[in-house]
Write a protein that binds this ligand. Structure first.
Ligand SMILES: N[C@@H](CCC(=O)N[C@@H](CS)C(=O)NCC(=O)O)C(=O)O
Length: 210
């Protein structure tokens, strides 16, 4: 089995390096650097037409979408670790929360980032975005009330997938009022596999400034 991760600095491909470190798998990293516009360099399009990170080559096929890649790696190589039993009701929740960060949480957080960076002046859009962000962060904060991890209080791929978005919100000071989320990010960043993924992946900072 060979795994090659096309990794962009300060990006969601960090999730894949972290997942591979948790799983203890060997892999190769191909490094890409964001351009001044923050876009990925064009040559990543030679691997996948969207030209986004992550893209992962596993043996003879190519996969994009971090949630799908994390889910696939854990199911194929995890030997039961980092996911609940498929026959349990927790599995349904696990899949839901595995895809929630990219499907629902990421869009308002990205809107908020653009409002901060550009800046955007439209008050209606700013108010709408603020309300969406608060709705989502309160929801996730509630999920973590009284527990360290999202599913059955055990570390899983869903925690790994969520962390990037919360780190992004945290970089803008957005987790100040969400104590469960602040503690969650610290807990995830303290994991040895996470630390190794940072050592191998290089620059990782989500405090984007124009
Ligand atoms: N939903 C996709 C998002 C992929 C994505 O937008 N990646 C960003 C980095 S975080 C990217 O490649 N940005 C550079 C660009 O759009 O040119 C995933 O989770 O993999």
């Amino acid at each position: 089995m060979t795994i090659k991760v096309h990794h962009l600095n300060n990006s969601k491909s960090q999730r894949i390096l972290w997942a591979l470190e948790e799983l203890g798998l060997d892999y190769e990293i191909v490094f890409y650097k964001r351009q001044p516009s923050f876009a990925a360099p064009d040559d990543i399009k030679n691997i996948h037409p969207l030209g986004k990170a992550p893209v992962v080559e596993i043996d003879d096929f190519v996969m994009a979408e971090s949630g799908a890649v994390v889910q696939y790696l854990i199911e194929r190589y995890g030997e039961g670790k980092f996911m609940p039993d498929r026959s349990s009701s927790s599995y349904a929740k696990y899949i839901e929360l595995m895809h929630y960060p990219e499907g629902s949480l990421s869009p308002p957080l990205l809107d908020q980032l653009f409002i901060r960076m550009l800046p955007v002046e439209d008050e209606t859009f700013k108010g709408f975005t603020q309300q969406r962000v608060m709705n989502h962060l309160s929801y996730v904060d509630g999920l973590l009330e009284g527990q360290d991890y999202l599913i059955d209080n055990e570390f899983s791929g869903a925690d790994l997938q969520l962390t990037f978005n919360l780190q992004g919100a945290n970089a803008g000071g957005g987790l100040r009022h969400y104590k469960n989320l602040e503690a969650f990010v610290q807990r995830m960043e303290a994991r040895q596999a996470y630390q190794r993924s940072i050592d191998k992946g290089g620059e990782f900072s989500l405090g984007f400034k124009k």
